[in-house]
Design a protein around this ligand. Structure first.
Ligand SMILES: [Zn+2]
Length: 376
């Protein structure tokens, strides 16, 4: 039965963070128009059950992840000025395409290029859409933005790296694809129904000042385009947004002690699963500088909505898991959001948790060697 309901709330408010011991004020705006349409998803999507990997499977799965390799191979090339239309943006796009193109899983990488009016005149934007198996009906989506915030020429001489915002999330997604290449390749060959999609958005940042028109350029364009694109191919009543099981947005990740609270009750079970993975990896001594069994994921702590790339998708009924720390990193939108202020242990731990989450969601069991102790 379809029990659609639409609520509208446009209350711009300030909501104190539930976390931390300092009074960080997080400016939030409730989604201007959030549609709850429970008939939107098929039963398979609403009742999807993830598997739970064994400890041997987890050890095998995580044996290929390598923080140093991620750092050199994928993070450093992203730590450049990369606002829309810049030379750095072009270089980052090329890097993402090359990195995914070099993998054995055979990613389909598409570009969504358009020109939009901005406070500085028309600018070109390009979203990158990487899909493991484009013909699969359902998708688990991981998303980040690769553009960096634009600082006008008076800041000349200081480069805004946007390390947590959002070079690290993009590098984490590339590292996931690289380290799970074998598992994802096998999954692609054996599962035709569910797949993984990686979205790299351009133009998340306001170019001048955050407004509905000056922000979220890439995600607004892509959400609209996906809504207008039939899926599966030839379908008459379903589009690409209907194919999204869950839209996981990673943002502002890379500083020490992130705490991810709960913004959306509809996806609480998936935030709880991230917490369960954190606990399991902790008990297996897989996490470094992680003294407590739970430090990152807090499904019982409700936090205010934050304007970000998920909004155009949320407003069209897509289910969202927004992995953004509350409070934001202290370096947010300062020139200190750079490589020196990243916390390697946190990034390594989150890489592992995210990789297990994706495999369990996709039911992609790694092939454990007959003698697990000899795993590479
Ligand atoms: Zn930002």
């Amino acid at each position: 039965m379809c029990t659609g309901a639409t609520t509208s709330a446009a209350d711009r408010s300030h909501s104190a963070s539930f976390f931390g011991n300092h009074l960080f004020q997080l400016e939030v705006k409730r989604s201007a128009s959030t549609h709850f349409v429970s008939c939107f998803f098929g039963p398979a999507q609403l009742h999807h059950r993830a598997i739970t990997l064994t400890q041997d499977e987890i050890r095998t799965a995580l044996s290929h992840t390598d923080l140093e390799q991620m750092w050199q191979r994928d993070l450093r090339p992203l730590l450049v000025t990369r606002y829309p239309g810049s030379a750095g943006s072009q270089a980052v796009q090329e890097h993402i395409k090359t990195a995914l193109g070099s993998l054995g899983a055979g990613w389909d990488v598409a570009e969504d290029t358009f020109v939009s009016q901005t406070p500085y005149g028309p600018l070109p934007f390009t979203n990158l859409i990487a899909t493991l198996n484009p013909s699969a009906k359902r998708r688990l989506v991981l998303a980040c933005h690769y553009d960096s915030k634009y600082y006008p020429p008076q800041w000349h001489g200081r480069e805004f790296q946007g390390a947590t915002d959002s070079a690290v999330p993009c590098a984490m997604m590339l590292e996931l694809a690289r380290s799970l290449d074998e598992e994802l390749k096998a999954h692609k060959n054996f599962s035709s129904n569910l797949t993984l999609q990686l979205l790299f958005f351009d133009g998340e940042e306001a170019l001048f000042q955050w407004t509905a028109a000056d922000s979220l350029y890439g995600s607004r364009h892509l959400a609209q385009k996906m809504e207008a694109t039939a899926h599966p191919l030839g379908a008459t009543d379903t589009n690409q947004l209907h194919g999204i099981d869950l839209f996981v947005l990673l943002d502002l990740i890379g500083a020490a002690d992130p705490r991810f609270g709960n913004q959306f009750p509809s996806t609480t079970p998936w935030l709880s699963r991230l917490q369960s993975i954190e606990k399991r990896l902790h008990s297996m001594n897989q996490l470094v500088e992680h003294p407590n069994s739970v430090q990152y994921f807090w499904p019982n702590h409700h936090v205010g909505h934050v304007m970000d790339d998920h909004i155009p998708f949320l407003n069209r009924g897509v289910r969202v898991l927004h992995l953004i720390p509350s409070p934001f990193p202290s370096v947010w939108h300062t020139f200190d959001d750079n490589e020196q202020n990243l916390d390697r242990s946190t990034i390594q731990n989150l890489n592992k948790i995210l990789q297990v989450f994706v495999l369990e969601y996709l039911s992609a069991r790694p092939a454990v060697p007959s003698d697990p102790q000899s795993a590479p």
